[in-house]
Design a protein around this ligand. Structure first.
Ligand code: ZN
Length: 476
């Protein structure tokens, strides 16, 4: 029998780990802080990669590869950047049996090495824009590991673009955030709130940072993608200037943006249940499993023949699992595929064969329905589409039900201590009030939502003037 997943209401954090381990998505590695992504988890990552990569390319971006190792002197060129990243960097000091003359940092992110190259490649306005992305691993030393959510080494994409004007860089920064939002909602079925980060929460070395924020089932926020307008900071640090149309020398404007394997953690926490993983159909490499059910050879022949024909028909469009393992009972197979989050299960027994029908079970609702054999491909198609939409709407309804406006600090503290959730509150803009909230409650300002309405109010902490609400929550 399979191990049991710890129910969410017993221990949310164990529930999460149970799913990651039992659905064989990832495992702990011999090196503390690192993780092994197993084939089931890596298939999800490949799916994320393929879809995002297509969206990046459709918007004019191209892929390249920059080295893993970054000279120490590069890291030190941008003051805020080095201050932000140094504490979590791993550094190579010996290689080939020799102490290196200059230490080499394992990339925590690649702005510095990339801008050292842009200096060689950018001379004139004709060389702009550069719209490069890379799919790589990065390393940020971390001892408190949570599989997918927080590991030292993780996989991500990092886009690094170079532009002639502030406006262009700003447009790019926002365009990418829109791609991230579209991807999160259309593919991951996770509704997100896009907005601007506060000064305290922005990327080290950025002019400003935008993010998308999602709510998990424990009502905590998970930052699911960031896009930074880096201004001219990196161009100045690496002396990257270009000659504009009038022959004037100007520093280049930069952006960077990324999403990582964290998204897999978000996917698990936003949708899964006490039976295991629940995957939106677009994120499942194999969205359908067929389980034939029979006793004795007579039944077997009829059921297998019928099942095989369904398999052949569906195979034209989907990657289908045909579970004809004889060493397992149907009940075991059901819970096995439920744990692994296969979106649609088709059960075929002798009675179904007689009636020329099959039983169809959707993983998100666990609802059983009959489907006619004829037109099964269209029916499966329709169910998967509906499931994708329903999962997004369910997550949105959950988030909305757990979002409220709060104007009083005592109430705020009480809610953060007990139920949690997204609280929309007034804030005066003073970092001191922001850090007091963090110290008192562990909640942070997740973002200043783009679509917030103009509304006069008083800061939750100091009573100072505010022009609109910000999103506050505890976060991963
Ligand atoms: Zn204040």
């Amino acid at each position: 029998m399979a191990e049991k997943v710890t129910p969410r209401n017993v221990d949310y954090s164990r529930w999460y780990n149970d799913i990651v381990l039992q659905a064989k998505l990832a495992d702990y590695s011999p090196v503390k802080g690192a993780m092994v992504i197993r084939p089931n988890g890596y298939a999800i990552w490949e799916n994320i990669q393929q879809n995002l990569d297509r969206m990046f390319k459709e918007s004019g971006h191209v892929n390249a590869y920059f080295p893993l190792l970054i000279p120490e002197s590069f890291m030190q060129k941008e003051a805020e950047h080095v201050e932000g990243f140094s504490p979590e960097c791993a550094v190579v000091t010996i290689a080939g049996g020799q102490v290196l003359e200059e230490k080499l940092y394992i990339r925590p992110t690649s702005e510095t090495i990339i801008w050292s190259m842009y200096k060689k490649w950018i001379m004139s306005y004709r060389d702009l824009p550069i719209l490069i992305n890379q799919w790589v691993n990065v390393l940020r030393w971390e001892l408190r590991t949570r599989l997918f959510l927080r590991t030292s080494e993780f996989l991500w994409q990092e886009g690094h673009t170079a532009h002639a004007t502030y406006e262009e860089a700003e447009e790019e920064t926002r365009k990418i955030l829109e791609i991230y939002q579209r991807f999160a909602e259309e593919y991951l079925a996770i509704p997100v709130i896009p907005g601007k980060k506060t000064e305290a929460e922005k990327f080290a070395g950025a002019l400003h940072t935008y993010s998308i924020e999602a709510m998990m089932q424990d009502k905590k926020a998970l930052q699911s993608g960031t896009s930074h307008n880096l201004g001219q900071n990196f161009a100045k640090a690496f002396d990257v200037q270009f000659q504009d149309k009038d022959g004037q020398l100007t520093y280049v404007w930069a952006t960077s943006w990324g999403v990582s394997t964290r998204l897999i953690g978000a996917l698990i926490m936003a949708h899964s249940d006490d039976r295991g993983l629940v995957l939106p159909p677009k994120m499942a490499q194999q969205p359908v499993v067929i389980v034939p059910i029979w006793k004795g050879d007579d039944e077997k022949q009829a059921v297998m023949q019928f099942s095989e024909s369904v398999f052949q028909e569906l195979k034209e469009k989907y990657r289908v699992i045909f579970d004809d393992r004889e060493q397992y009972k149907p009940g075991y197979k059901f819970s096995d595929w439920e744990l692994q989050g296969i979106p649609l299960r088709l059960e075929i027994g002798p009675k179904d064969v007689q009636k020329n029908q099959l039983v169809l079970v959707r993983r998100d609702t666990m609802q059983k329905q009959f489907a006619e054999r004829q037109g099964i491909l269209q029916r499966v198609e329709a169910e998967l589409l509906q499931m994708q939409t329903d999962m997004l709407e369910k997550a949105r309804a959950f988030r909305n039900a757990n979002t409220s406006e709060v104007d009083d600090y005592d109430t705020f503290k009480k809610i953060m201590e007990n139920d949690g959730g997204f609280l929309m509150c007034h804030w005066c803009g003073d970092p001191a009030c922001e850090s007091k909230i963090k110290d008192d409650t562990k909640a942070t300002i997740r973002c200043i939502p783009f679509d917030r309405k103009k509304e006069a109010g008083k800061c939750l902490v100091c009573g100072g003037e505010s022009h609109g609400r910000v999103l506050m929550a505890k976060a991963y």
